[in-house]
Design a protein around this ligand. Structure first.
Ligand SMILES: *[C@@H]1O[C@H](CO)[C@@H](O)[C@H](O)[C@H]1NC(C)=O
Ligand SMILES: *[C@@H]1O[C@H](CO)[C@@H](O)[C@H](O)[C@H]1NC(C)=O
Ligand SMILES: *[C@@H]1O[C@H](CO)[C@@H](O)[C@H](O)[C@H]1NC(C)=O
Ligand SMILES: *[C@@H]1O[C@H](CO)[C@@H](O)[C@H](O)[C@H]1NC(C)=O
Ligand SMILES: *[C@@H]1O[C@H](CO)[C@@H](O)[C@H](O)[C@H]1NC(C)=O
Ligand SMILES: *[C@@H]1O[C@H](CO)[C@@H](O)[C@H](O)[C@H]1NC(C)=O
Ligand SMILES: *[C@@H]1O[C@H](CO)[C@@H](O)[C@H](O)[C@H]1NC(C)=O
Ligand SMILES: *[C@@H]1O[C@H](CO)[C@@H](O)[C@H](O)[C@H]1NC(C)=O
Ligand SMILES: *[C@@H]1O[C@H](CO)[C@@H](O)[C@H](O)[C@H]1NC(C)=O
Ligand SMILES: *[C@@H]1O[C@H](CO)[C@@H](O)[C@H](O)[C@H]1NC(C)=O
Ligand SMILES: *[C@@H]1O[C@H](CO)[C@@H](O)[C@H](O)[C@H]1NC(C)=O
Ligand SMILES: *[C@@H]1O[C@H](CO)[C@@H](O)[C@H](O)[C@H]1NC(C)=O
Length: 620
């Protein structure tokens, strides 16, 4: 007896943690969780959103086994001393079902941190019982299918530090009074995320000064933003984008958050006015997005003081004047877009030191000058858009990087001249190449890699043959070569592996389009074919293209009558049909053409009565 006691005492002294922790979980709370698990089912599609946001969904509750300590269950954390469940993280757990006011969840009265994000609890409403979990500091119901109205009781959770009720596709409303209480009465609240909920009131003033992150993207907010929002002393993130009816200006003097603000996003809202010089005080700012607003005036010199910026989005405003030279100090930038403004002066050639830049666009401005040679040093570049910038002269023929990551290269609608340099045909990641509307001459070169999906070099001065290596572009959707001086025979068999091809533009070259193999055809994915002036004699190469909508076969060499199989294919899908300037002698009935709205059969050899065009068609 004494021996046994001694042994037990020894055990307790030596392994106290083992003995206590194996009985950590409270039986009643274990039952609560088991009951919760029973009421919910597992559904792969319930956390589909989760993956697209960079998380890996899996059913956490599957591992919940009542023979083990519930404090060890996936997603469950208990208080070390009391054994009470303090944290439940069931985010991205593929849960489907209803959580209403009868749910056992609300018996977990010591919960401090509850995360149910990225599940599907539709059509549940957010129960007012959430307001009776008084210890909650963190509540996250983001994209979890709850709809209806956010209960006022959530604003009773006076210890809340973080609240995320962001909605997905379901409609979740926040009444004006509840909204005001959340912003003013939760004096500990640091993070408030209500993305895509339906608020539809104005932002109150006098917000809780504890706020650090405010995300109200796409919430139908309206009215003028209160100035004091920029005075919140601890504000780190202000995200009010996609609120068309929300108006306001940037403060010209005081930003009390100038040391803390890291992210300011007012994109696609009704903000207007100038960017004030005071913007330069935001010395922690990493991300500035005021695109798609009504800002105007000059971009101030002080923008160069924002040396921490990694993302600067100023596109689609009314900025004018020149881009300030101080921009060259923003060498941390990863994304920079000032397109669709009214900026003038020379195209800035200041990017040599922007070694982190991945995406650069200053398209659609009133710039002028040469191609900015400094971008040719940017090894990380993924996207370069210099569309419609009045750039003259050649594209640099030598580059100091091979642009291993460049996916998109847009240079259309400039006055670029000279040849297309060979490095452009050797970009290993390139998918989108658009050079339309320049003065580029010389020949197209063979492509080395096969990722290209869009190639548009139309409206230039290119000559020579179409490279045979285009045949390996299996993901090609658009190829536009029209209005150049390309020459030679184009055997349609070249496109036999291009099963995604939707748009093919060949018009106005010196090409002869033919098919050497009888059954070679453009794929059924084809939606538009522009093949005017291509010496086409027969149409067998269109046999598989049954859903084509726009078809320009004008000024070719077609004689007699369009074959019946073609005519019956086109009846279903064609809306634009140009057969003019051929040698056709007859046209079949048109009344079955369901979507035809533009027909041209002029300059042929048709005799006798023309068939009546379908009702909505303009014809010539
Ligand atoms: C629960 O755990 C016991 C013992 O480890 C095991 O035999 C049983 O299969 C488990 N049940 C489930 C559903 O995982
Ligand atoms: C909760 O349970 C009670 C009794 O079981 C029932 O009458 C009530 O309708 C339930 N409430 C909800 C919201 O399902
Ligand atoms: C809510 O949870 C989701 C998923 O874990 C997470 O992505 C999101 O950042 C959380 N919200 C807040 C405000 O922390
Ligand atoms: C505001 O919060 C306090 C405690 O934090 C509470 O007593 C008061 O009732 C709340 N006011 C409203 C209108 O909810
Ligand atoms: C602003 O809020 C504080 C505390 O939340 C309160 O004392 C004060 O009266 C409010 N002022 C206005 C103008 O609402
Ligand atoms: C903002 O800063 C000014 C000057 O430092 C100060 O007077 C004012 O009280 C501050 N406002 C807030 C809301 O902290
Ligand atoms: C752009 O500037 C021109 C003159 O410089 C002006 O006529 C035009 O209205 C401006 N457009 C916009 C969108 O600001
Ligand atoms: C690039 O940085 C170096 C050193 O940091 C500096 O000397 C040079 O002037 C900078 N170049 C440009 C174009 O800003
Ligand atoms: C490109 O980088 C090299 C060295 O890294 C430098 O000598 C050259 O001046 C840079 N070119 C441009 C246009 O910035
Ligand atoms: C290029 O931009 C100018 C003014 O910004 C505009 O007038 C013109 O239509 C644009 N060209 C194309 C092809 O979009
Ligand atoms: C074509 O696209 C598919 C689907 O996006 C992709 O899996 C495949 O790798 C692509 N092939 C090439 C050669 O780019
Ligand atoms: C087009 O190419 C042909 C040779 O294929 C050449 O004779 C002609 O001059 C070129 N036309 C133009 C406008 O460059």
């Amino acid at each position: 007896m004494g021996c046994l006691f001694l042994l037990l005492l020894l055990l307790v002294l030596q392994y106290p943690l083992v003995i206590f922790s194996s009985h950590l979980c409270r039986r009643d709370e274990s039952l609560v969780l088991q009951n919760l698990k029973l009421k919910l089912s597992i559904d792969d599609s319930a956390s589909a959103d989760c993956e697209s946001n960079g998380y890996f969904p899996y059913p956490k509750t599957l591992s919940w086994n009542r023979t083990t300590d519930c404090c060890t269950w996936d997603g469950v954390t208990c208080d070390k001393v009391t054994g009470r469940i303090t944290r439940l993280d069931l985010s991205c757990s593929q849960l489907h079902g209803t959580i209403d006011s009868n749910s056992t969840l609300f018996q977990l009265s010591h919960l401090q941190n509850l995360n149910l994000a990225y599940n599907d609890f539709s059509p549940s409403q957010i129960s007012s019982k959430f307001g009776w979990l008084p210890s909650l500091t963190h509540l996250n119901l983001s994209r979890s299918g709850f709809s209806g109205t956010v209960p006022l009781q959530v604003s009773y959770l006076s210890k809340l530090i973080s609240l995320d009720l962001s909605a997905g596709i379901e409609e979740l409303r926040v009444e004006p009074h509840t909204f005001k209480m959340l912003l003013q009465n939760l004096t500990q609240l640091r993070e408030l995320y209500l993305t895509s909920t339906y608020i539809s009131s104005s932002l109150p003033s006098n917000l809780s000064s504890s706020l650090q992150e405010l995300n109200l993207v796409g919430t139908e907010l309206s009215g003028k933003i209160p100035d004091d929002i920029f005075h919140l002393p601890r504000l780190q993130m202000l995200n009010l984008g996609s609120n068309l009816y929300l108006t306001g200006h940037l403060p010209t003097t005081q930003w009390n958050c100038s040391n803390s603000l890291r992210e300011l996003d007012l994109s696609s809202s009704g903000f207007s006015g100038n960017i004030p010089d005071s913007i330069g005080h935001l010395n922690s700012l990493r991300k500035l997005d005021i695109s798609g607003c009504y800002f105007s005036g000059n971009i101030p010199l002080t923008i160069g003081d924002l040396t921490e910026l990694t993302s600067l989005q100023l596109f689609s405003n009314n900025f004018n004047g020149q881009l300030p030279s101080t921009i060259l100090k923003l060498v941390q930038l990863v994304e920079f877009d000032i397109s669709s403004n009214n900026l003038t002066g020379n195209i800035p050639n200041i990017f040599g030191n922007f070694t982190k830049l991945k995406s650069l666009s200053f398209s659609y401005n009133l710039f002028m000058g040469l191609f900015p040679s400094s971008v040719t040093n940017l090894t990380e570049l993924e996207s370069l858009d210099l569309s419609n910038c009045s750039i003259t002269g050649p594209i640099p023929s030598s580059v100091s990087t091979r642009f291993p990551n460049l996916i998109l290269l847009f240079l259309p609608y400039n006055s670029l001249s000279g040849e297309i340099p060979s490095w452009i045909f050797n970009l290993p990641s390139l998918k989108y190449l658009v050079l339309r509307g320049n003065q580029l001459a010389g020949q197209l070169k063979e492509v080395r890699y096969n990722l290209l999906e869009v190639v548009d070099v139309g409206d230039n001065k290119l000559n020579g043959p179409i490279p045979t290596s285009f045949s390996k572009l299996v993901n090609l959707t658009t190829l536009d070569l029209s209005t150049n001086n390309l020459s030679g025979g184009l055997d349609i068999g070249l496109f036999s592996k291009c099963k995604q091809l939707r748009r093919l533009g060949l018009s106005f070259n010196n090409l002869s389009v033919f098919s050497s193999q009888k059954d070679a055809s453009l794929p059924s994915s084809l939606g538009s074919l522009y093949a005017s002036s291509c010496n086409i004699r027969e149409l067998n190469f269109l046999r598989a293209a049954k859903y084509v909508g726009n078809l320009d076969l004008s000024n070719n060499n077609m004689h007699g009558k369009i074959p019946d199989w073609a005519w019956s294919n086109w009846q279903i899908s064609v809306s634009y049909l140009n057969l003019s300037s051929n040698f056709l002698t007859a046209i079949d009935l048109l009344h079955n053409f369901e979507s035809l709205y533009n027909l041209d059969i002029g300059s042929n050899l048709i005799q006798g009565e023309l068939p009546a065009p379908p009702p909505y068609c303009s014809s010539s």
